[in-house]
Design a protein around this ligand. Structure first.
Ligand code: ADP
Length: 539
C-alpha cells in the first residue's frame, strides 16, 4: 500500500520561494574585493536572481546545461547558486585553486556553456581560455566601468542583469533534476565530478539546520569561510536561505586579521571552515584584542581538527567547536559532534574524547565500517575499518567518469577511502585516509593521531606524518614539523612529549623540521606532495 501524500518536489526553487516570502528583510553582507562592505537583503537578492534567470534564458542556457562559476564567496555567487539551478541548469562551482591543467580539465569535462568569473580572477581564466572548448560566453562579475579583457564574448554581470524584469515564472522541476556539479580536489588522478540533484541539496540544507546537526536558526549570523567552490560551502547558502539566516561573506579576504575583523564588526555567531583557518584565527585573536563576544560556534571539518586547538579555542574564547566530517561526494554532510546520543559508552563521559572524534552520522546518512574482505565490523570503538556510506545525499556514480566506479560496492554503498572506528551509538573516529595509513610490521599506525598529539606541543605550529619505506618493518612514520615562530623544538623533546600516548612502535622514526606544510587547493595538508618530496630526496 502506498502513502497518500502530495507529490511535492524538494527543489532549490522551494527554498528560493521561502526566502523571498518569509525572510526578505534578512541581510546578506559581503566584503568586496575593493575592501568595501556590500549589504542587501534576501528580498533584493530574490529580485536579482529573477533578473539573472531571464539573462540566462537570453544567453540560451537550457535545462541541464552546465554553467561555471569561478568566484569567491560573495552575494553575486549566492545569486548564481539560486538562479542557475532554478531555471533547470547546473551550477558548476569551479575550484579556483586548482592547477591550470586541472582547471582546463574540469571546465572541458563539465562542458560549461557559460562561465561567470570574479573580476579578480579574470587573469587566471584569460590564461587558460584558449584551451576551453565549450564556453560560449564569459560573464565578468564586479568589473569597474571600461574594464577590458581578452576573454572572448565577455559580458559584464551588471549589464547582463540591468535590462531584465525582477520577477520570473519558475519552472516546476522534478526533484531529481541535476542542480550542482562539484569536482573533488583531485588528490589522486584527475578531479572527479559529483553531480548533485535538487533533492540532495534540499536535504543537505535541512540537515544543516537540524539542532543535532549544526543547530543554527534565524537567530544566527553565519560566516561561510569555507569556499563556495568547495563542496557547496557545506550547503550553507541553501541552509541560510531555508532558515532565513543572516550571511556574511569574506570575498577574497581570508587572512586571519580579515576574518577576526569581520567576526567582530558583523557580530558573527557561527563561522565555518577547515582547521588551518582556525589555527591562523586563534593566533590572531590571542595576539590582538577583538570583541568576538557574539561568536558562539566554529564549525570545523574537511580535515581532522587537532584536539589541542579545539581545547584552546573552547577554553580561551568560550566558543563551541563543532567537529564535522564529510566529503564532496556526500553533499557533503556525513557526521558531526552536534549532540552526543544518550548512552554513547565510548566517550565514558569524557567531553574531549567526544570532541576528538568526528561525531555521529547526520540524518539521511548511513555508515558502516568493513575489513579488507568487505566484512562488516562491529561498532565497538576498537575495530578499525574502511568507512562506507549510503543515503540520499551520497552520489551513486561520478559524473561521466567510469574510472571512479571502483568507489562503489555491488550492494550500493560508496567507499569513502577513510578508515575509522565506530562507537556503539555511532560516534565515528577517523584514524586516516586509507592512502595515508602507515603499516609498520603488519600493524596500522594512525598518522592523524600522531599529528594531533604533536600539534598539542606548545612549540609546534603544524605537523604532518607520512609513511616512509623501511627494510625491516616495511613502513615507518616520519613527522614533518613546523615550529612556532621563534621556537626550536628538538626531536627528542617532541617524542618524549607524545610517548605517553602511544605504543613505542608508533613513535615517528624520523622527525624533520620544515618551514611550511604544503596545502591542497582547499587548505588541507597535502601529504602527496610530502611523499613525493621524500621520494625525490628533497625533504
Ligand atoms: P578532497 O578529497 O578533495 O580533499 P573533500 O573535501 O571531499 O575533498 O575531502 C573529503 C575528505 O576529507 C574525507 O574523505 C576525509 O578524508 C577528510 N575529512 C573531512 N572532514 C574530516 C574530519 N573532520 N576529520 C578527518 N578527516 C576529514
Amino acid at each position: 500500500m502506498q502513502g497518500q501524500m502530495m507529490d511535492f518536489q524538494l527543489t532549490i526553487t522551494a527554498i528560493l520561494k521561502r526566502l523571498k516570502q518569509m525572510y526578505s528583510q534578512v541581510e546578506i553582507v559581503t566584503k568586496t574585493p575593493a575592501g568595501t562592505m556590500h549589504r542587501y537583503t534576501y528580498g533584493d537578492c530574490y529580485r536579482r536572481v529573477c533578473k539573472l534567470a531571464h539573462a540566462l534564458d537570453r544567453l540560451g542556457v537550457k535545462l541541464g546545461d552546465r554553467v561555471g562559476t569561478l568566484a569567491w564567496n560573495t552575494y553575486q555567487h549566492v545569486e548564481l547558486y539560486y538562479g542557475i539551478p532554478c531555471i533547470g541548469a547546473v551550477t558548476h562551482t569551479i575550484n579556483l585553486r586548482l592547477a591550470p591543467d586541472q582547471l582546463i580539465y574540469t571546465i572541458n569535462h563539465a562542458a560549461d556553456k557559460v562561465v561567470f568569473v570574479d573580476v579578480t580572477l579574470v587573469p587566471l581564466l584569460e590564461k587558460i581560455a584558449p584551451h576551453l572548448t565549450t564556453v560560449e560566453h564569459y560573464v565578468v562579475i564586479g568589473a569597474p566601468p571600461g574594464c577590458q579583457t581578452t576573454l572572448p564574448n565577455a559580458l559584464h554581470y551588471e549589464d547582463l542583469l540591468a535590462p531584465e524584469p525582477d520577477h520570473y515564472n519558475w519552472p516546476e522541476l522534478d526533484e531529481n533534476t541535476a542542480a550542482g556539479l562539484c569536482y573533488t580536489s583531485g588528490t589522486t588522478g584527475n578531479p572527479k565530478g559529483a553531480l548533485y540533484s535538487h533533492r540532495s541539496q534540499y536535504l543537505q540544507a535541512m540537515v544543516g539546520g537540524m539542532s543535532n546537526g549544526l543547530g543554527i536558526s534565524s537567530k544566527d549570523t553565519i560566516f561561510a569561510v569555507v569556499p563556495m567552490f568547495h563542496a557547496n560551502a557545506w550547503g550553507i547558502p541553501y541552509t541560510c536561505g531555508m532558515m532565513g539566516i543572516r550571511q556574511v561573506h569574506p570575498g577574497p579576504h581570508l587572512k586571519p586579521a580579515d576574518l577576526a575583523q569581520l567576526i567582530q564588526d558583523e557580530k558573527v555567531t557561527m563561522a565555518a571552515g577547515v582547521p588551518t583557518l582556525w589555527m591562523g584565527l586563534y593566533q590572531e585573536l590571542k595576539s590582538k584584542s577583538y570583541d568576538i563576544s557574539a561568536l558562539r560556534m566554529l564549525l570545523v571539518g574537511g580535515a581532522a581538527m587537532p584536539i589541542s586547538l579545539t581545547q584552546a579555542i573552547e577554553k580561551d574564547f568560550n566558543i563551541t567547536v563543532l567537529h564535522a566530517w564529510g566529503m564532496t561526494e556526500m553533499s557533503p554532510a556525513g557526521t558531526c559532534t552536534g549532540v552526543a546520543p544518550p548512552g554513547e559508552t565510548c566517550e565514558e563521559g569524557s567531553y574531549w574524547a567526544w570532541k576528538t572524534r568526528q561525531g555521529v552520522p547526520v540524518a539521511c546518512v548511513e555508515v558502516r565500517i568493513v575489513d579488507d574482505e568487505g566484512n562488516e565490523l562491529p561498532w565497538d570503538g576498537q575495530a578499525v575499518g574502511e568507512v562506507q556510506v549510503r543515503g540520499p545525499m551520497v552520489i551513486s556514480s561520478y559524473y561521466n567518469d567510469p574510472s571512479g566506479d571502483t568507489q562503489f560496492t555491488k550492494d550500493g554503498w560508496f567507499i569513502t577511502g577513510d578508515v575509522a572506528t565506530m562507537c556503539p551509538k555511532g560516534s565515528m573516529g577517523i584514524t586516516d585516509r586509507s592512502k595515508d595509513l602507515i603499516k609498520s610490521g603488519g600493524e596500522w599506525i594512525s598518522s592523524v593521531a600522531l599529528e594531533s598529539a604533536l600539534m598539542a606541543h606548545p612549540k609546534v605550529a603544524e605537523a604532518a606524518v607520512i609513511s616512509i619505506p623501511d627494510q625491516k618493518w616495511s613502513e615507518r612514520p616520519m613527522a614533518l614539523v613546523v615550529a612556532r615562530p621563534g621556537e626550536t623544538p628538538s626531536k627528542e623533546e617532541l617524542l618524549e612529549f607524545i610517548s605517553p600516548q602511544f605504543a613505542k612502535f608508533w613513535l615517528p622514526e624520523e622527525v624533520r623540521f620544515i618551514s611550511e606544510v604544503p596545502k591542497t587547493s582547499v587548505g588541507k595538508f597535502d601529504k602527496k606532495v610530502l611523499r613525493k618530496r621524500y621520494a625525490e630526496g628533497s625533504l
